[in-house]
Design a protein around this ligand. Structure first.
Ligand code: CIR
Length: 254
């Protein structure tokens, strides 16, 4: 059950955000802002109180607030972004986390870790070793989790930006999987919903209390999730997709 979410408004500087999909075009700020409004409204409908942070023009990717922290039931971990233009974003979240958490830990150099690489399954956390999260960052997170009675394990990865680019845990032992994770033996115990290559973006869904938020326009994925017995709600995130971001990236949920 999630009671809270933290989001950060997109900034006008988002047009300079990192992308591996320049063929999708540059995001249009006004459209991104209204999609962000819809995202907040949908989270609220799912019963979550949404704490909205102001846009930060200094960091074009700062609306992807998931990457700068990991929120667990006992503590929050301030991340250390693994790419130059995002370094410093994590400092902007600390005061907000302090409102919700008594226990705050930090990933320290030479460790790097981004929250998009961390998937929570109950008290266990899967940590993707991506281009952004290194083994030392993962080791520090696992040590902190163990200190608070939880566990973590690492997942090797080659292709995706973040672990949750291709995986989403929907509770009830159900896992959405795309691309390189589909045949990964670490996930064989889950009831898997396979996302087809032409809908790979839809692997980044989020379960928020009774509903699964699915990006608009990915009908095959939405239907499969409904067939698995889950309620869905769609949100258009097409402007954020232009910067490789999706539904999970836009909030911290706890
Ligand atoms: C970046 O490359 O950092 C942003 N353009 C996208 C971040 C997406 N975040 C996520 O998957 N958790």
């Amino acid at each position: 059950m999630f009671n809270n979410a933290i989001v950060r408004r997109p900034s006008k500087s988002m047009v300079k955000g990192i992308t591996s999909n320049p063929q999708l075009g540059m995001p249009v700020f006004e459209n991104a802002a209204s999609q962000h409004d819809e995202y907040i409204a949908t989270l609220e409908k799912c019963g979550v109180h949404v704490h909205v942070l102001e846009a930060d023009e200094n960091y074009p990717d700062a609306c992807f607030v998931e990457d700068v922290a990991v929120c667990t039931r006992e503590f929050s971990m301030v991340a250390n972004p693994g790419t130059q233009t995002r370094k410093g974003e994590e400092k902007e979240i600390v005061q907000t986390l302090k409102k919700f958490y008594g226990q705050i830990e930090c990933i320290k150099e030479p460790g790097t870790l981004e929250g998009g690489d961390v998937m929570m399954v109950g008290d266990h956390f899967y940590i993707g070793l991506s281009g952004r999260t290194n083994a030392e960052g993962a080791r520090q997170l696992i040590a902190a989790l163990e200190k608070y009675g939880m566990t973590g394990s690492v997942v090797a990865m080659q292709e995706m930006l973040h672990l949750k680019t291709g995986l989403a845990y929907l509770e009830d032992n159900i896992l959405l999987v795309a691309g390189e994770f589909q045949s990964n033996k670490q996930f064989q115990e889950f009831k898997k919903i396979h996302i087809e290559p032409d809908e790979a973006y839809a692997a980044n869904c989020i379960r928020v209390n009774n509903a699964v938020l699915v990006p608009a326009g990915f009908e095959k994925a939405r239907e499969k999730i409904e067939v698995a017995g889950l309620l869905t709600a769609t949100v258009d995130t097409s402007e954020f997709r232009k910067l490789d971001g999706g539904l999970s990236c836009l909030s911290l949920r706890f």
